[in-house]
Design a protein around this ligand. Structure first.
Ligand code: C2E
Ligand code: MG
Ligand code: MG
Ligand code: MG
Length: 283
């Protein structure tokens, strides 16, 4: 009886495996098509200076306008894109879009504004990554000092020496580098001063710990102090309410990003938002 039962379970397992393999293959095919059919678009979320409310930058965040599933968040397809290598054309598509967005912004903005794009491990590891970036800048007629690359701690640590060399070269081109999701990985407080970065982005999981009693703020305060000692500026991610905003002001954080200011929006919407507020957010 037990043997029979075992066989049955195995058969179910096999069927499920096949189903998930088919699903995955279908999604991979669809993602490949999405690149060709222009279904992948960048949304943009503003970053503001914490004291003045001036909008100083935007982060480009990919969305998939899926014909039947609707607007898909990166969580649902970025891992697959990374596994299959599709992250390379995807990343370049978003980089180009960000340059175009930045150029239209330049016409409306009174201050210098940067557009940030997320860079995945696979992209950074390409031998000719720098040449590829330069080609895009040239073709889009975009100035590198208005561009920022967001790189996560874990990517940076993956092959530290090699990546640090590349990042140094990107910086010497004028591109700004930020360390994304800080605090979720290696907690590299010890390494902070040795990393060639301009900006540190405190992960939203830390911000979410700030409550009415401002608990959870102590660690953030230490991170900010240490960053400032090494001339690194700090962005707080995922600011959703006034309590978090005020806590970050008290802790001397430099910039904010979060739903309190705006959710990520399509380029036309966010350009309207920028114009109607005259490039400034009032808290
Ligand atoms: P990330 O780079 O850390 O981006 C910040 C995420 O936090 C975004 O999620 C953003 O929508 C979300 N967020 C912003 N403000 C708030 C807030 O106040 N509350 C909450 N709960 N969330 C907030 P999103 O757009 O779903 O992106 C998720 C991740 O996908 C990104 O995390 C990034 O790692 C990755 N990703 C997005 N676009 C790209 C891309 O073009 N290339 C690559 N390689 N990765 C990307
Ligand atoms: Mg990011
Ligand atoms: Mg982040
Ligand atoms: Mg994140």
């Amino acid at each position: 009886h037990a043997k029979k039962q075992g066989k049955k379970t195995w058969k179910l397992f096999e069927e499920e495996m096949q189903l998930s393999i088919i699903k995955r293959l279908r999604l991979e095919n669809e993602l490949q098509q999405a690149l060709v059919l222009d279904q992948l678009v960048a949304f943009y979320q503003p970053q503001v200076h914490i004291l003045s409310g001036v909008i100083t930058g935007f982060e480009a965040l990919v969305r998939w306008e899926h014909p039947s599933k609707g607007l898909m968040p990166p969580f649902d397809f970025i891992p697959l894109a990374e596994e299959t290598g599709l992250i390379i054309p995807l990343g370049e598509l978003i980089m180009r879009a960000a340059c175009r967005f930045g150029n239209s912004l330049k016409k409306k903005a009174k201050t210098k504004i940067r557009v940030a794009v997320n860079i995945s491990a696979r992209q950074l590891m390409q031998e000719d990554f720098l040449q590829r970036v330069k080609k895009i800048m040239r073709e889009e007629n975009y100035s590198p000092d208005a561009l920022e690359f967001e790189i996560t701690e874990s990517i940076l640590m993956e092959s530290l020496e090699e990546n640090i060399e590349k990042i140094k070269e990107l910086r010497s081109m004028g591109i700004h580098i930020s360390l994304d999701d800080f605090g979720t990985g290696y907690s590299s407080l010890r390494y902070l001063s040795s990393l060639p970065i301009d900006i540190l982005k405190i992960d939203k999981s830390f911000i979410q710990e700030i409550d009415n009693t401002a608990n959870g703020a102590a660690i953030i305060g230490t991170i900010i102090q240490l960053a400032h000692q090494t001339h690194i500026q700090v962005v707080a991610e995922g600011i959703e309410n006034k309590i978090q905003l005020e806590a970050m002001q008290k802790l001397n954080c430099d910039y904010l990003q979060g739903y309190l200011i705006s959710r990520p929006q399509p380029s036309t919407k966010i350009l309207d938002f920028y114009e109607s507020r005259q490039g400034k957010f009032s808290f």
